[in-house]
Design a protein around this ligand. Structure first.
Ligand SMILES: Nc1ncnc2c1ncn2[C@@H]1O[C@H](COP(=O)(O)OP(=O)(O)OP(=O)(O)O)[C@@H](O)[C@H]1O
Ligand SMILES: [Mg+2]
Length: 481
């Protein structure tokens, strides 16, 4: 996985990461707060041995410091009753009570640190300060050499332990830092697993994982679009038409950068909504007062003419074969600025035709005669036609069906574009499920046209379109109701 994809997954699934982080940090905080605090205090001491003079042995006596080995022996017997019982007695603890104590012995300096620990800071300090003297008292019993010469052992304090102000455990900072690290690791891991298991493109964030190109519009799933695909005419103030107009606006920004006023719309796989989106986009651009030509560049499965209810037997291929002039095969759409160039007869060699010189010349004429050229095209994964058409236009727009397009197919389409050095102008996420809040926004309080808007709404088309007539009927019904 590349860094860009990893960052994309994190951006897409930041909620998962944040939830894991919060959960683990919350749990850590709860455990930390409920843990009984433990205090530790440390005293540094050394033990001396005072030997009396022994004339018989010729020993003049004296004081010496107890060495590492003897101190080690004392550490070994620290928890024996011989040490613990007098220690408890000194501390005023009942018999059998637990005493938290440990010894750290320095090998070179013959000193040792006595560390006392307890939930009571004063007891921790008392343990640290009392253990040394108690060990000195019992030391003699554990050293045969010392016991023979009957010496006295004394504990000399170097540093006394004081009652600590802060507990040693729980360590709030360390625990929270650890919790954050574990929460982050868990969240990132979970995000990766979810990303790997989710094979479909669902949200805008999934598109951002796949590519850094912008999402130009999110088009809602509009059940009525199946029967009335021309939403710009049939439901001009509905959510679908609204999102198409947003696409129009955003495309104009792309257009400024290319200056070519032409786009081809494609998708990875069939049925993602290319034709419906292209037709409505063309209508929306025409509504804004531009002269638009909509070209059906899908010479394998043409559907523009069928969707508009116009003649589809003559069109692009007819003009390319020279059987009719371009002007003869272009069909105006009502009294708008929209004209349509249907596919014409289905040729046996669509790719060759679309990549041909005559096609480039025909396109140049269209670009000269119209303000905008929009081309509907076949899907990218099965055929390369869209790439050939893209070379003529100013940009390629990828329509992606939310909840339907497989990430694998989208990646294949994008890779095939990348291999020919084409970057999409942007994405259109189609079939977006509108959630409750959106339907509230779009539905209940949908945009109501002002009088001026109503006047600028295009008049019902005069084109011989079955859909157009249906749309007009619907508009008439709405007007009547
Ligand atoms: N936003 C939408 N909401 C509901 N239905 C939609 C939407 N967009 C498209 N459709 C419907 O989905 C179906 C496929 O759409 P369309 O024909 O535009 O896809 P396409 O990508 O052009 O398909 P093909 O690859 O076969 O040419 C059609 O029935 C259309 O009405
Ligand atoms: Mg189509």
């Amino acid at each position: 996985m590349q860094l860009r994809e990893l960052l994309g997954v994190l951006r897409a699934r930041w909620r998962t990461v944040a939830a894991c982080l919060l959960l683990v940090v919350g749990l850590t905080a709860a455990v930390t707060v409920t843990t009984t605090p433990n205090y530790t205090a440390s005293a540094r001491v050394y033990l001396t041995i005072e030997r009396p003079a022994d004339q018989a042995r010729g020993d003049a006596g004296g004081v010496s410091v107890m060495r590492y080995n003897d101190l080690k022996t004392l550490a070994e017997v620290l928890y024996s009753p011989t040490v613990m019982e007098p220690l408890r007695a000194e501390l005023g603890l009942p018999p059998g009570a637990g005493v938290g104590v440990s010894l750290n012995i320095s090998e070179n300096a013959s000193v040792m640190d006595v560390v006392g620990s307890s939930s009571d800071p004063r007891l921790a300090a008392a343990i640290a300060n009392t253990t040394g003297p108690v060990l000195a008292k019992v030391a003699v019993q554990f050293s045969p050499l010392l016991s023979q010469s009957a010496p006295n052992a004394t504990c000399v304090s170097i540093t006394k332990a004081a009652a600590p102000g802060l507990p040693t455990s729980p360590n709030v900072r360390r625990n929270l830092a650890l919790g954050m690290l574990i929460g982050l690791a868990l969240g990132v891991g979970l995000a990766m697993v979810r990303h790997a298991m989710d094979t479909k493109v669902r949200t805008e964030a999934d598109l951002k994982v796949a590519s850094d190109r912008p999402v130009l519009a999110k088009i809602p799933l509009e059940a009525s679009a199946v029967d009335h695909p021309l939403t710009i005419e049939s439901d001009p103030h509905g959510a679908h038409a609204e999102s198409i107009r947003r696409l129009r606006t955003n495309l104009m920004f792309v257009d400024v950068t290319t200056g070519k006023h032409s786009f081809v719309l494609t998708s990875a796989m069939p049925g993602e909504g290319k034709t419906t989106t292209t037709i409505n986009l063309a209508l929306a651009i025409a509504d804004a007062g531009s002269r638009v030509i909509l070209v059906d560049g899908d010479l394998r499965n043409p559907s523009v003419a069928k969707a508009l209810g116009i003649e589809g037997g003559v069109g692009l291929t007819t003009a390319l074969l020279g059987r009719a002039s371009l002007a003869e095969v272009i069909q105006p759409w009502g009294e708008t600025g929209l004209s349509i160039l249907a596919a014409g007869e289905i040729p046996p060699n669509p790719s060759e035709l679309l990549g041909s010189r005559p096609m480039a010349e025909l396109f140049e004429k269209l670009a000269a005669d119209f303000d905008f050229v929009l081309i509907d095209s076949p899907p990218l994964v099965p055929v390369i036609d869209a790439v050939l058409l893209q070379r003529l236009t100013g940009g390629l727009v990828m329509v992606v069906a939310a909840e339907r397009t497989r990430k694998k197919d989208l990646a294949t389409a994008l890779t095939s574009l990348r291999t020919v050095d084409v970057a999409p102008a942007g994405f259109v996420l189609n079939f977006v499920q509108v959630d409750a809040s959106d339907s509230y926004r779009y539905g209940k309080y949908r945009y109501q046209p002002s009088q001026a808007d109503t006047n600028s709404t295009p008049a019902p088309r005069k084109a011989p379109s079955a859909l157009g007539t249906r749309a007009s009927r619907r508009q008439a019904r709405r007007a009547g109701s």
